[in-house]
Design a protein around this ligand. Structure first.
Ligand code: ADP
Length: 469
């Protein structure tokens, strides 16, 4: 079986969040199952920083070999991709994103023919690649090279849809009839993701709960009806983590630890407090946050709750980058509570590992969360997640019950300051009880969030997809 992964982000070449991490790791897990995986993404400026040798095949495409079964191709076009950002700059999204990602989609299909890459399945990820199924079923429909190819679209986040002005439709080279309510039209805009949802053979999203949620008005971002129409072809498959997320071997953290020397976790906490210029105090519970600074991540709730949370004996460390207003918000908070809150507003892999390893709790008050990787990473590092009951967070985190030591974190079910602060307080109560907290912490190290199970589910889906008409 040969699968072509199409994603605008693939770690270690280009990543802004979970999408890049998943599309960097899942192909390797699929390769372990014997599937040949080719991956293709635009040749952004940042691609070179991965320091993996890249060979130019011709003016349109270059290649990097990751291992015997995984090859990564790059669509070349300096004018479109050789820029500092993946999607935009300080002024916002790049104004030519329609051209950038429709070009990527079409060129991908042309490149596989040119290089005779005989993929059985094209597995597209998010809106940037969502036009590929549309092109396959329209412009390239009659070409025998593409006739047997099936397409799957994975929705990592339904809120990002690729919306463009209708007058740009002509640039896509698609039949005019596709700009209709049954096609790519969405309240008079062009919607790339909608096209992918309608035209792909199968759909997946990244947790079972999110697969249900996106069929409701609350989480469907206007596409709930379109998704619901295809619910027979929609599956939820939880993301996994690769073996680099392991406190026993992690070279980024100050001191490695495992269930046999869990006390060494405290060395990481001490160093984290020192580096972030917070009072060094082993008994003060430390809350970490690592993530994109966007409305989705519940930063407004965090902000509104800080008045109450800072009355408690706690410290909070924030690592993130994103919307300007949240940068300002965290700077203000850090200035106001220098003994309690410390922030670092950038993307920093090393620091992220150190926060997962050194914190006692991980804050994840996301408004919605398709899957969420951070809560799973936290558990790997014996850091207890505090989450809102939504999407993948609800599928992976169960509220701790001290009576029977069941559960693995703290979950609040009503999205307001009162419930969130109450949840934080109940986490602190358990923290104060060293025996109970010790039980909870040791339990976290037994969870298996490896890619193996997810890869198996994708393999099953690929087989089903190939046997369908
Ligand atoms: P999303 O895909 O919505 O951004 P996920 O929880 O699925 O969220 O994945 C986010 C991934 O990106 C996690 O591995 C997280 O550690 C990482 N990450 C996010 N922001 C940063 C940052 N500023 N520095 C380092 N890693 C980050």
């Amino acid at each position: 079986m040969r699968v072509l992964f199409c994603s605008s982000e693939v770690a270690p070449f280009a990543q802004t969040g979970g999408l890049g991490q998943v599309c960097g790791e899942l192909p390797l897990a699929l390769a372990q199952k014997g599937i040949f995986v080719d991956v293709i993404l635009p040749r952004y400026k940042c691609v070179n920083a991965a320091k993996i040798p890249i060979k130019k095949l011709n003016k349109d495409v270059s290649i990097a070999k990751i291992n015997d079964k995984v090859q990564v191709y790059f669509v070349e076009n300096d004018e479109l991709y050789n820029r500092d950002g993946l999607y935009g700059d300080k002024r916002g999204d790049y104004p030519d994103n329609l051209e950038r990602f429709s070009y990527y989609s079409r060129k991908t299909l042309e490149i596989i023919k040119q290089l005779n890459i005989q993929a059985n399945i094209i597995h597209c990820h998010d809106w940037h690649a969502a036009l590929i199924p549309v092109y396959l079923k329209s412009v390239y429909k009659k070409d025998p090279f593409y006739r047997q190819i099936k397409s799957i679209l994975t929705i990592h986040n339904l809120a990002y849809q690729g919306l463009f002005e209708r007058m740009e439709f002509v640039k896509l080279g698609l039949p005019r009839t596709l700009f209709s309510v049954d096609g790519l039209e969405f309240y008079s805009y062009i919607n790339f993701l909608k096209g992918g949802i309608i035209f792909s053979d199968y759909l997946t999203t990244v947790s079972k709960r999110y697969a249900k949620e996106i069929q409701t008005p609350e989480f469907g971002c206007g596409l709930e009806g379109v998704v619901a129409k295809r619910n027979q072809q929609l599956t939820g498959i939880l993301n996994g983590l690769d073996s680099s997320w392991n406190p026993q071997t992690d070279s980024f953290i100050t001191k490695n630890f495992s269930s046999t020397n869990i006390e060494d976790k405290s060395v990481n906490k001490k160093k984290l407090q020192k580096d972030f210029k917070l009072p060094i105090a082993s008994d003060v519970p430390l809350f970490g946050f690592v993530g994109r600074l966007s409305v989705q991540k519940g930063l407004d709730l965090l902000n509104k709750s800080m008045k109450e949370i800072t009355k408690l004996n706690v410290q909070v460390i924030i690592l993130g980058t994103g919307e300007e207003k949240y940068h300002r918000m965290f700077e203000v908070l850090a200035k106001k509570y220098p003994q309690k809150i410390a922030v670092c507003l950038k993307y920093d892999e090393t620091l992220a590992h150190r926060i997962y390893a050194g914190s006692d709790f991980f804050l994840m008050p996301s408004i919605y969360e398709p899957c969420g990787l951070s809560q799973m990473i936290s558990l790997k590092y014996a850091t207890i997640p505090i989450v809102f009951k939504t999407g993948g967070l609800a599928d992976t985190i169960v509220n701790f019950n001290p009576k029977d030591i069941s559960g693995n974190g703290f979950v609040f079910e009503k999205y307001d300051v009162l419930s969130f602060v109450r949840c934080v307080k109940s986490a602190l109560e358990i923290y104060e009880n060293k025996d109970l907290f010790g039980c909870l912490v040791r339990k976290t190290l037994t969870y298996d969030f490896s890619w193996d199970k997810s890869a198996e589910e994708y393999q099953k889906l690929y087989t089903q997809c190939l046997s369908s008409d």
